[in-house]
Design a protein around this ligand. Sequence first.
Ligand SMILES: [Zn+2]
Length: 252
Amino acid sequence: MARLLLFFSLMVCFSFSLVAEEAHESSKEPLSAEQGLLNEALNFAKQHQEFRDLHYQEHEARFVKLVKEGQSPKILFIGCSDSRVVPELILNTRPGDLFVVRTAGNFVPPASVQGPDGVAATIQYAVEVLNIPHIVVCGHSHCGAIQGLFQKLDPEKLGILIKWLQFGEAAKKMTLMTAKPSTPKEELYALAEKISVIYQLEHLMSYPYIKKLVDSGKIELHGWYFKIKTGELWYYHPEEYRFLPLIHSSSS
Ligand SMILES: [Zn+2]
């Protein structure tokens, strides 16, 4: 019954939207904020229909198998919430392949943080329950959270975000120690984005159960860096203390 009501209200909204769109076409007046939101929301249903028609059909057998047998992903991907960093697209994976945690700045709170922590709980589930053997922390270029570390943010408006950015503070300090005063901002940000990946790996190692599994060779940690403009993935080489391309490409 609830589904029917939802469908009915969606259809009413859809019809209303068509009428409104036609009226808008003829009047050429800018859309109201409310109408704009409604149009965007209706697009969600259209996009979902496209998923049902295209991708679900393609993966249907896999979804059914994953429900029957459960998931057993091999990678826990900890990435930024940035809409331009799409783990499944970057790694060309199928449903069931990746277990994903996305946070602002791909920050991981260290074990010393007290109180309930959704990120730590999700990581523990991935490692201790699903036995995922690879943990990737993936930073990226043009990261808003990293840039936020270097900007004066309004505590009245962004108090929660400012608190969260504490997990990038050590990376910021190290970046400022490493960079020259003449280093351009873009280079400074890129450096901080990469240094932060290493700090987030350190935060992961502050959890005794993760350290134990890493030390015994049961799980591996990886530090990656995604360049949005070129679509390239780089990985941190701990012996060389630098990031190298994951694959050789003509553009690098
Ligand atoms: Zn980011």
